[in-house]
Design a protein around this ligand. Structure first.
Ligand SMILES: Nc1ncnc2c1ncn2[C@@H]1O[C@H](COP(=O)(O)OP(=O)(O)OP(=O)(O)O)[C@@H](O)[C@H]1O
Ligand SMILES: [Mg+2]
Ligand SMILES: [Zn+2]
Length: 253
């Protein structure tokens, strides 16, 4: 909150600045001091990722291929977090198998952006769709309309686990509308998904280790529709993690 007694901004949080003939406004220092803390709270990062950051993202020493893939992913994420908004594409798309650290890295980006003063929001895809559909959002104490509106309009949105939802026409329409709106407005969108994308090199067939049968997985396009997928690839830089080890299962080996 701005200081109500601030002489520079008169308590508005915006102080006038003169540049040549032109007068503009700039965020006042009295507001900036507490802004990152407030922003962090309103970003609603789930407690499980409270501590996730670039600093505690570990690179495996025993596996050169995984090490290289994760180093590259981390570097791409770091550059985005540092350079935003002066970057070619206003988004990041993390792809990879479950547990390889996609959400961890995406949250690490979000935290840097929050620290830099950008308004960010963590949205769990499944939760978002449930909230929009049910008409009320217990997490935020707000209506579905608000849940939808904030997904459209927040400066930076992290859409976590995209495609992790049963597909219906309504789901396809909703995800297309959200992505299309953000695409048109060039709003920053960070996405994670563990769905395969055969058009960019993934395989859909997977052997069931128990039965030995192959099963075909749904692709990203199957789950979010071709229109949303196409926009996503245009607005996001692809960060594909090819490491295969699930970090959650470490130590269980
Ligand atoms: N390289 C890493 N260093 C430290 N912690 C990690 C690393 N990779 C993953 N983790 C931790 O392991 C857990 C799983 O990682 P994360 O949730 O980011 O996986 P994910 O790729 O998003 O998986 P899913 O597709 O299932 O959502 C998290 O608690 C995360 O903090
Ligand atoms: Mg995840
Ligand atoms: Zn002030």
């Amino acid at each position: 909150m701005p200081d109500p007694n601030c002489a520079l901004c008169d308590g508005t949080g915006w102080r006038p600045v003169q540049s040549g003939e032109v007068t503009g406004v700039e965020r006042c220092a009295c507001d900036q001091a507490t802004r990152p803390a407030r922003l962090l709270e309103s970003a609603r990062i789930p407690p499980r990722f409270d501590r996730a950051s670039f600093e505690n993202f570990l690179l495996p020493r025993d596996n050169p291929q995984a090490n290289e893939s994760l180093s590259k992913a981390m570097l791409g994420a770091r550059v985005f977090a540092r350079e935003f908004p002066h970057i070619e594409k206003p988004g990041l798309l993390f792809m990879g198998l479950p547990g390889v650290g996609k959400t961890h890295l995406a949250v690490a980006v979000l935290k840097v952006l929050l620290e830099r003063g950008f308004e960010c929001l963590f949205l769990d895809y499944q939760g978002l769709l449930d909230r929009i559909r049910s008409g009320y959002d217990p997490a935020a104490g707000s209506s579905a309309r608000e849940a939808y509106q904030e997904a459209l309009d927040t400066e930076v949105v992290l859409l976590d686990d995209l495609g992790a939802h049963r597909v219906t026409d309504w789901v396809l329409d909703t995800v297309t509308a959200v992505i299309n709106h953000r695409y048109n407005g060039r709003r920053a969108t960070i996405v994670t998904t563990n769905l395969p994308d055969p058009e960019t090199g993934d395989v859909l067939a997977e052997k069931n280790p128990l039965s030995g049968h192959y099963m075909v997985r749904d692709s990203l396009g199957d789950r979010i529709g071709a229109r949303a997928r196409s926009r996503l690839f245009e607005m996001c830089r692809l960060v594909r993690i090819t490491a295969t080890e699930d970090y959650r299962l470490r130590g269980l080996r």
